[in-house]
Design a protein around this ligand. Structure first.
Ligand code: AHR
Length: 502
């Protein structure tokens, strides 16, 4: 007898839009940390590197994803970084003790190399300034170095360094995780808010066309969460355009249902931060709305024990090298759905990070490969373009430590210009398939293009250099559109992308 299917339903209306998607929601992050930069994107002399030392095999994989922005150079690293160390002749650049990650930074890859790499990787920078050990003057100077054409000290210094045209960097992070006691130069909300306000002000005097991101909480679970956001915005509202959020989840207790429900907490985090932004807007009688930059999000826990054994003061060790398994890919898919469902306020997001360090892409001296989480990230970036529709998901749910978690997470995006619709869906049920239906009669003439499925019997399956395709997408079989009603089967534990076009 055929196994009974669980049932779920998607309800959409063509006119009920959440928002146009800002493509920067599919951003990523490269920090001077571990082998992200050195041996990740930059490895002079490697057989896969171009004449300038940039890894071509890595750029090829990044291009598969279409990464619109990359946050750089940190992360915790930025709070002890002197940007001036990283420009000019390489032989004169100082080797520095790097106190965020207890290593040595050689500065052989720096600001101008990153900007050159961005062009090759077809992406744009999201540059962070150091508000930990440095003051607003250094923040002003880096904007002058990057964005002023010529005729001033720092713009002429850039030209002297061989970069004739300004970099014209539009997006700037004012420090990193300044609420965290681990952060170099950690401050109170009041201290940071005042400093960020002054930094943003002076940076915008240099270039009024830039946008700034002020630090929100490092996670929903910080003791200062809430008060931090409120105070920071009260102090910096006029200089700020976005407020940041960071979050990482893990499954050290091997409790998959609770782990897969983590995006319920992410959803709550986003909603609460929106409320605080709007509260400050109201009490300050402002017209400007502060939007959100979820500029660090991912799964991170696999490498924690290994990293405790690291030797200090070495150059780019194997650090934060999480090997992602199949269940991590499911959660990353659900987190992407959560971000898209908030596309009206989340305008920027960065999967942390991009290469080798808690990353979708891994390298060795001999090659580069895709981790499991590469796939949901790539699918969302390629096909989650256009507009997010308000997607009501009728699905049974389960109790989790984060609250009620629907078995089916889903969101629908529509691109009217290209006449396409995409359904993203995760089935978190570990034992049962779901029949999913969606009434698409408003989209007359749209036909099924494909149904991509990422599923695996083994929740702990991983991709490695030797077995790079252990977890890889396949084609779904049971999807049809009849008389405008889409019917499909979402296998137990699966990430699904269903694409339709006219
Ligand atoms: O992405 C790794 C680290 O996580 C970043 O440096 C920091 O901002 C966060 O705590």
């Amino acid at each position: 007898m055929a196994k009974k299917l669980q049932k779920a339903q998607l309800c959409i209306d063509r006119d009920f839009e959440i928002s146009k998607i800002d493509e920067r929601i599919f951003g990523s992050f490269l920090e001077h940390l571990g082998r992200a930069v050195y041996e990740g994107i930059y490895q002079p002399g490697n057989k896969n590197a171009d004449k300038d030392g940039y890894r071509k095999d890595v750029i090829k994989l990044i291009n598969e994803i279409h990464v619109p922005i990359v946050r750089y150079p940190g992360g915790n690293f930025v709070s002890g970084f002197n940007w001036e160390d990283s420009v000019g002749p390489k032989k004169d650049r100082p080797r520095r003790i790097e106190l965020a990650w207890n290593v040595v930074e050689t500065n052989q890859f720096g600001l101008n190399e990153f900007m050159e790499w961005c062009k090759k990787a077809n992406t744009k920078p999201m540059m962070a300034v150091n508000l930990g050990t440095r003051d607003i003057d250094a923040a002003k100077n880096i904007v002058e170095y990057c964005n002023i054409k010529s005729g001033t000290y720092y713009s002429d210094l850039r030209i002297k360094h061989g970069v004739k045209n300004p970099h014209d960097i539009k997006l700037w992070c004012l420090g990193n995780e300044m609420d965290g006691p681990w952060q170099i130069g950690h401050m109170t909300a009041q201290e940071y808010g005042m400093k960020a306000g002054r930094a943003g002000h002076i940076m915008k005097l240099v270039d009024p066309s830039i946008e700034t991101v002020v630090c929100g909480s490092s996670s929903l679970y910080m003791d200062t969460f809430g008060e931090w956001e409120k105070t920071v915005l009260e102090c910096s509202y006029d200089s700020a355009d976005y407020l940041s959020l960071h979050t990482y989840y893990g499954n050290p207790e091997d409790d998959t249902p609770n782990f897969l429900a983590s995006n319920v907490a992410m959803d709550k985090f986003i909603s609460q931060v929106i409320s605080i932004c709007d509260y400050v807007k109201a009490v300050k009688r402002k017209n400007k709305t502060i939007n959100l930059s979820f500029d660090e999000w991912n799964v991170w826990y696999h490498s924690n024990e290994q990293d405790k054994k690291l030797e200090k003061w070495v150059e780019h060790p194997h650090q934060l090298e999480d090997v992602y398994n199949f269940e991590d890919a499911l959660l990353v898919g659900s987190m992407l759905i959560t971000l898209l469902r908030h596309a009206d306020r989340v305008k920027i997001a960065c999967l942390a990070q991009l290469v080798n360090v808690i990353a979708p892409i891994m390298t060795s001296d001999t090659g580069a490969w895709r981790q499991t989480i590469f796939y949901p990230y790539m699918h969302a970036s390629l096909y989650g373009r256009g507009t997010v529709l308000n997607t009501v998901v009728k699905s049974p749910s389960y109790e989790s430590k984060h609250g009620d978690a629907p078995y089916i997470d889903s969101v629908v995006t529509a691109d009217d210009e290209n006449e396409t619709i995409t359904i993203f869906a995760v089935n978190k049920n570990l034992g049962e398939d779901f029949e999913l239906t969606c009434d698409l009669r408003q989209y007359a003439g749209y036909k099924l293009v494909d149904h991509i499925v990422l599923t695996n019997d083994d929740l702990k399956a991983v991709n490695t250099e030797k077995k790079p395709n252990a977890v890889a997408p396949t084609e779904g079989k049971n999807t049809k559109v009849e008389k405008g009603i889409l019917t499909t089967v979402l296998p137990s534990k699966s990430w699904n992308v269903i694409r339709l076009a006219k």
